[in-house]
Design a protein around this ligand. Structure first.
Ligand SMILES: Cc1ncc(COP(=O)(O)O)c(C=O)c1O
Length: 401
């Protein structure tokens, strides 16, 4: 009998992303794989109180579709926070809320990118954005970095090289503060250099400042957006790491021509009004003190991970000691393939991590690197997890501490 199932073969859009099965996410007890916040200090009661208050005051508005840019009082809150903390002076009308900051990044990509466009980014960088760039068939070029950020000479020669090929880069994507996965924060000088190059060659910057509030020591560095007076910077931020990723709330600001397309790209109306209400009411009264509290907790976890690496990996590895953010970037000797043993290590010792290629623009470099997130587990579990990791690496013959 003929197969009566309908076939979508030939119907999938030419530029659709590559099909993939739903991922099977296996988490380790010692879960250093994903940049989660601390679960014990999630402000559950505060969010509930905030939601209840908002429902009592505005619940009838659930009958309406909210503003396309998202709940106006939350955009007003974001505008005030950006002005106070990041020197970014924009109005609530210049902000679009998104499902996390991943969606705004997607919106910016869809606004700007055609297949084959060149985008410049750090040599190891947030995998979610790499996924977006690949989804738009972008020519992604990684720029070498050191502990102070992207190397200006490398950035300039990449821009010149692309221009020489008739492919002027569409934008530079950077995570200047507590870079994911490398952990460094770009100095003011490096930010100025990047901006100078952006102006000289007419290449805009997308500044992803997802971790900026998670500073455990040291002085904050001005945002790139605040140093620009030409309107060449787009900016994204998130409530994921300072409240909870499950709320799916983030935001973007950018020059009007970008916002006006991005809003249309977003489609589907505003962000979820429940989440926006809860976060708005909670953040208005409590976010500052919550950030102080979680930074104290995360500082202790960062210290626990760095100390445990020292005790268990000794001189057999190198690792970052970030002043903020949620991860340590571990480097083993050149021949180590942390990608090949990742699943085996997870099964053997219940420790999860992500290996370098996930963050590499070419998808293959950095096999001897791993990103270790310290946000989720307790300091005790972090110590135990790192000891287990060292043990597993030793059994694989890549650690002789
Ligand atoms: C650098 C960076 N940008 C953006 C995101 C997106 O997060 P969200 O969509 O939850 O805001 C992440 C998530 O880990 C990230 O690390």
């Amino acid at each position: 009998m003929a197969d009566s199932r309908f076939s979508f073969e030939g119907l999938i859009a030419k530029n659709a992303p590559e099909a993939r099965d739903a991922p099977v996410v296996k988490r380790g007890k010692y879960d250093f794989a994903v940049a989660y916040p601390d679960p014990a200090s999630l402000p559950i009661d505060g969010l509930l109180d905030g939601l209840r208050e908002a429902m009592e005051q505005e619940g009838a508005d659930l009958a309406l579709y909210a503003h396309q840019s998202g709940y106006a009082p939350l955009r007003e809150f974001v505008a005030q926070k950006l002005a106070r903390d990041s020197g970014i002076h924009v109005s609530a009308d210049d902000i679009i809320l998104g499902d996390g900051s991943g969606q705004p990044i997607h919106m910016i990509c869809e606004t700007l990118l055609d297949p084959g466009d060149v985008v410049l980014t750090e040599d190891f960088v947030y995998s979610g954005t790499l996924g977006q760039l690949r989804r738009f068939h972008t020519d992604i070029r990684g720029i070498a970095c050191d502990q102070d950020g992207m190397l200006p000479d490398a950035l300039e020669s990449a821009i010149k090289n692309a221009i020489g090929q008739g492919k002027k880069p569409k934008f530079i994507y950077t995570i200047p503060t507590f870079q994911n996965p490398q952990g460094w924060t770009a100095t003011k000088g490096r930010r100025e250099a990047m901006l100078r190059l952006s102006h000289t060659y007419g290449v805009p910057i997308l500044e992803d400042d997802c971790y900026v509030d998670l500073r455990y020591e040291g002085e904050s560095v001005p945002s790139i957006y605040s140093m620009d007076d030409t309107g060449s910077v787009m900016y994204t931020g998130s409530f994921s790491k300072i409240i909870a990723p499950g709320m799916r709330l983030g935001y973007m600001t950018a020059p009007k021509p970008i916002l006006d397309v991005a809003r249309v790209v977003k489609s589907g109306g505003s962000v979820n009004q429940f989440a926006a209400w809860a976060v708005h009411r909670y953040a208005t009264g409590h976010l500052d003190e919550h950030i102080v509290e979680i930074n104290n907790i995360q500082r202790g976890k960062r210290d626990a991970m760095v100390a445990a690496l020292g005790e268990n990996f000794g001189s057999a590895a190198e690792w970052s000691e970030p002043a903020g953010g949620l991860f340590v970037w571990l480097k083993m000797q050149e021949e180590a393939d942390l990608q090949a043993i990742r699943d085996k290590v997870l099964d053997a010792v219940d420790v999860g991590y992500q290996s370098g290629p996930l963050f590499a623009p070419d998808g293959v470099s950095g096999k001897n690197y791993a990103r270790l997130c310290f946000g989720y587990n307790t300091p005790e579990d972090i110590r135990e997890g790192i000891a287990r990791l060292a043990d597993a690496f030793a059994r694989e013959g890549i650690l002789n501490a």
